[in-house]
Design a protein around this ligand. Sequence first.
Ligand code: F6R
Length: 379
Amino acid sequence: MKPEVCSNSISVLDNVEAIRMIDKGNMGLMISSFPTLLKEAVTLSRNLALPREYRNIKEVVICGMGGSAIGGELFKDLSQSIIPLRVSVIRDYDLPRHVDESSLVVAVSYSGNTEETLESFKQAYERGSRMIAIASNGLLEKACSKLKIPFLGVPSGYTPRSALPLLFIPLLKVAEEIGFPLVGEGELAKAHRLVEEYNYKLTPENPLSRNPAKQLAARLNEKLPIIYSMGHLKSVALRYKDQINENAKMRAMCDQLPEANHNEVEAWEKIDFKELLHVVFIDSRFKNPYLAESINQLISAIEKEGVGLSMVKPLGETMLEEMLSAIILGDWVSYYLAILRGVDPAPVRLISDLKKKHDEKTRYSEKFEEWLGKSAKSN
Ligand code: F6R
């Protein structure tokens, strides 16, 4: 039997034709669309206007799963030092008890059909929360139209994870609409230029010798990546892990500092399989100065054990630029890891099968439609 995953030599990274043959689902094209999608998302977001009463809220709750939740995590990290409201991301069915009529619930699902997100949307509606949804179509769109809930439709045709700009940038507009502008259009345009320029360096046409994404993928090849980050880049470390999981179908771990210094650090004392590990630090110019010192200590502990270590120094002058430049690098790294493993990055067979079989068993979408019919009548 032919093995499904074969290990290619590093030289495949400079063979554009071979890359194209492995990438049957065109993930490379989707990743290189990231800067274009950023621009498109800014334009789309201009259409988003929320009722005045949405300003008077106690918290923002973003509901979503997987590739649709990560935009919420980025928003949460970015807003922390600016918005004087609690921002939480719910990646689950049930909303926490504190969510009520003075909460703003933002349901995000690229397909518009994810069970967990639909269920928290339904709970938010029943609790009388102020709501908005973002999706490319599906039941979420239908529900918003029937229940007269503000809805932002985004273009379909991407995988949810590669549609990240379309799902994240509108959240910045939501913040503006509720009275907390986080990032102006000027800053967004500057970030877009940076990401566009950086993206050229990372594409398959740029050889390994000059391509930081290929270089990092080569170091991570056949290793277990352990990704650390901090502050507003915590969500970016999670994005790296998720992208490596979904694109390269490979295991990865992520942790955040300083918390890791209070538990995970102990695992650096007596390391099993050290030759199989590779640590990636996503650094930030905005980190707390006290944290800088404890990172140095952690790095020394890892280096003393002879474990491979790579530093990612995100580009840019603002938190947003750091986030976006680190993401585009990580997305390409996950892509090249897939290529090295001979795996088609786009399809996520296990996720799709799981969703399909699950819905056949629970018939959740049917039940949601029934609920929608009743709720629309009494609306
Ligand atoms: C990402 C991906 C998954 C989905 C998740 C939720 O490409 O395939 O992580 O994002 O299963 O689905 P959606 O985003 O449609 O709500």
